[in-house]
Ligand binder design. Structure first.
Ligand code: 13P
Length: 248
């Protein structure tokens, strides 16, 4: 049985004051969640998350990391630095990184390995654009994205990754994949994982992301291969994030 994971991706939002209010709001109402909960913050706020969330049931993480271990890579953040601040998770290959920072499937795979080596749980994102969906290329695109990851990871490490299916056309648009549309892609991803290792595939969590909100979370999370959510906009409002956690 896969324990669901609800992870907030704050993207480039927040401030010390806004984060403090958001985290206090979540902590005040969370109780003992029936799922895993995490927030992925901008790097300057890792220390704030560590101070606010240590000892709580909420984990924290980053939104990206360098493919390099250390050295002359101005502006980059190393896996070891995330670990220094107690991060458990790191998002890898978000479509915004792929689109605006030209991240390739190969680079995403390298970043995933870097995260695993440092003991972080990578949340590896895959997903098709609207043009790709309309051209009926969804299966091919996500297949290539997942295959690049699977070619790089060994079977033991497979159990330590999380996958997130985020259709690009559903991100921040208010358009959500229907539960059936999402399930169809999650099943493709599960089958790709199973082709690598059946036992490990059964345990890997595959999250859905893309306009997941309190009013659609329950139906999405009820699908057999949807094991949680990667939440953007709704993760910035404590009541909405809490409602999605409750739905899980
Ligand atoms: P929204 O929930 O704002 O659509 O963002 C989804 C996302 O990109 C999470 O990584």
């Amino acid at each position: 049985m896969r324990r669901k994971l609800i992870a907030g991706n704050w993207k480039m939002n927040g401030s010390l004051a806004a984060n403090a209010a958001l985290l206090a709001g979540i902590k005040a109402e969370l109780g003992e969640p029936a799922c895993d909960v995490a927030v992925c913050a901008p790097a300057p706020y890792f220390a704030q998350c560590q101070a606010a969330l240590s000892g709580s049931t909420i984990a924290w993480g980053g939104q990206d990391l360098s493919a390099h271990e250390s050295g002359a890579y101005t502006g980059e953040v190393a896996a070891s630095m995330l670990r220094d601040f107690g991060c458990q998770y790191v998002i890898v290959g978000h479509s915004e990184r792929r689109a605006y920072h030209a991240e390739t499937n190969e680079l995403v795979a390298q970043k995933m390995l870097r995260a695993l080596k440092a003991g972080l749980t990578p949340i590896v994102c895959v997903g098709e654009t609207l043009a790709e969906r309309e051209a009926e290329q969804t299966g091919r695109v996500v297949g290539q994205q997942i295959d690049a990851v699977l070619a790089a990871v060994d079977t033991e490490a497979l159990a330590n990754i999380v996958i997130a299916y985020e259709p690009v056309w559903a991100i921040g648009t208010g358009k959500t994949a229907t539960p059936q549309m999402a399930q169809e892609v999650h099943a493709i991803l599960r089958a790709a994982l199973a082709a690598k290792n059946t036992a490990a595939a059964a345990g890997v969590r595959i999250l859905y992301g893309g306009s997941m909100k309190p009013d659609n979370a329950k139906e999405l999370l009820a699908m057999p291969d949807i094991d949680g959510g990667l939440i953007g906009g709704a993760a910035l409002k404590a009541p909405d994030f809490l409602a999605i956690i409750r739905a899980a």
